[in-house]
Design a protein around this ligand. Structure first.
Ligand code: GDP
Ligand code: IMO
Ligand code: MG
Length: 431
């Protein structure tokens, strides 16, 4: 099992952090390979709650090395806050964290661009980004001319490179917002900040690509931790209401820098219902008291931004699509306990669009907006399941619900989670 991937199958926040932390003891390395501080992965250990943004969720295990690989975009100031926060809680970050010199840096101008562009309407709605500068940073990476990578901070020509980027960005930002009351970016202040980042981050920076390939060649076990979710994938998600990286399983190889031959197993993480933060179509969204009940029971408020998450029924059209796209071997069904408050539970089996039955997830955002979900209605179980330790001890209706999900999605359920704690997790016999 050299390479195992943990991938979100919905619109993010599927509880990937909990699962990665739980599985970490079986691995030598945990790898983040896309996204940046837009991610918020929660790990609960007893009374302690950890919210991780850039740092892999393997960091709580002292025997595991955590890599931040080239596909990630890193905001130096928030990375330092994250490192210091963990170190203050006794976590040996310095020993167990390695950051690639190839990661692109999210810079102050990216945050400004994100703020300005996010106010614009795209396809009739704002994307509602996390305002972490993610899209603008990835755009500069692809554009190449005005990008900064971690390794650049340590090169002799960095001062000139920074000066030319700042000059360009000052013109660009003034064009984006001619009425801005913020002054231009100040080169001297920025130079001092980057000097500080370079010094403080130096002990962590290394070529992760060789390290990772060598580890795999030596037979080390590697867990790849996806951020966001497959429906937010830039190429395969609900474009343009997506993030700017390949957040589905297809992103592991380019982001981490590993060939597909090392990927042996993929775990697809899904909530037993659906949530989404920000704009974009969401066919099974609930705008009623049931949606609010799910939000309150599941504490569905963003880990990174605190925004209320939109809530709705489990959508098997979407998860069947993302399970196939991400090459999922097992479904990890999270938050089953939240559904215990409901008398009846619905699962979307297919859509109707322009009078036709639709089983495949539509490509265009307008089709998805117009898709009418068709539901199976199953009886609830109305029993507290948070203390259940074996799948066979779950109430019959909860087992029937999970069986129906597996049947509709076409993948077996390997993990069921009934609470945020490590101990509130059950595994199937064949997992
Ligand atoms: P991630 O971004 O995919 O890692 O997920 P988040 O951390 O953003 O959101 C998941 C939230 O659900 C966190 O607050 C977790 O502590 C919590 N959580 C994880 N598993 C369960 C579960 O089975 N039941 C409940 N009620 N909460 C859970
Ligand atoms: P984790 O890893 C949920 C959403 C934003 C917005 C869209 C684009 O915790 O699951 P961005 O800032 O990336 O340009 O925003 O993507 N989004 C997430 N939603 N969980 C996340 O990460 C997310 N990261 C981005 O809300 O709709
Ligand atoms: Mg999250």
């Amino acid at each position: 099992m050299s390479g195992t991937c943990v991938i979100g199958l919905q619109w993010g926040d599927e509880a990937k952090g909990k699962l990665v932390d739980l599985l970490t003891s079986q691995f030598d390395l945990v790898v983040r390979y896309q996204g940046g501080a837009n991610a918020g992965h929660t790990v609960v250990v007893g009374e302690q709650v950890y919210k991780l943004h850039h740092i892999p969720s393997g960091i709580l295990n002292p025997n595991v090395t955590n890599l931040v690989t080239p596909g990630v975009v890193l905001h130096p100031e928030s990375m330092l806050t994250e490192i210091d926060g963990l170190a203050a809680r006794g976590i040996d970050v310095e020993k167990n964290l390695i950051i690639s010199e190839r990661v692109h840096l999210v810079c102050p101008w990216h945050l400004a661009e994100d703020r300005l562009l996010n106010a614009a309407v795209t396809s009739g709605e704002s994307i509602g980004t996390t305002l972490r500068g993610i899209g603008p940073c990835y755009r500069d990476k692809v554009g190449r001319h005005y990008a900064l990578r971690m390794g650049d901070l340590y090169r002799k020509d960095f001062p000139e490179k920074l000066a030319s980027i700042v000059e360009f960005k000052n013109g660009f930002l003034a064009g984006l917002d001619p009425t801005s009351k913020e002054g231009p970016l100040d080169l001297a202040t920025l130079s001092a900040d980057f000097d500080r980042f370079a010094g403080r981050l130096k002990p962590f920076v290394r070529d992760t690509t060789h390290f990772l390939l060598e580890s795999l060649e030596k037979g080390k076990k590697v867990l790849f931790e996806g951020a966001q979710g497959s429906l937010l994938d830039i190429d395969h998600g609900t474009f343009p209401f997506v993030t700017s990286s390949n957040a589905s399983g297809v992103g592991v190889c380019p982001g981490a820098g590993v060939p597909p031959r090392w990927i042996k197993r993929t775990l697809g993480v899904a909530k037993c219902y659906s949530t989404r933060v920000g704009g974009g179509p969401f066919p099974t969204e609930l705008h009623d008291a049931t949606g609010q009940l799910i939000r309150d029971t599941g504490k569905e408020y963003g880990t990174t931004t605190g925004r209320p998450r939109r809530c709705g029924w489990f959508d098997s059209v979407a998860v069947r699509y993302t399970s196939r796209l991400s090459g999922v071997d097992f479904l990890c069904m999270m938050m089953l306990d939240v559904l215990s408050v409901l008398d009846e539970i619905k699962i979307c089996t297919h859509y109707m669009l322009d009078g036709q039955r639709v089983d495949n997830f539509p490509c265009h955002v307008e089709d998805l907006r117009n898709a009418q979900p068709v539901y199976d209605t199953l009886p609830g179980w109305r029993t507290d399941v948070t203390g259940v330790k074996r799948l066979s001890d779950l109430p019959g209706n909860a087992r029937r619900y999970l069986d129906r999900v597996a049947e509709l999605v076409g993948r077996p359920v390997g993990v069921v989670s009934v609470g945020p704690e490590r101990s509130q997790t059950m595994f199937s016999a064949d997992f």
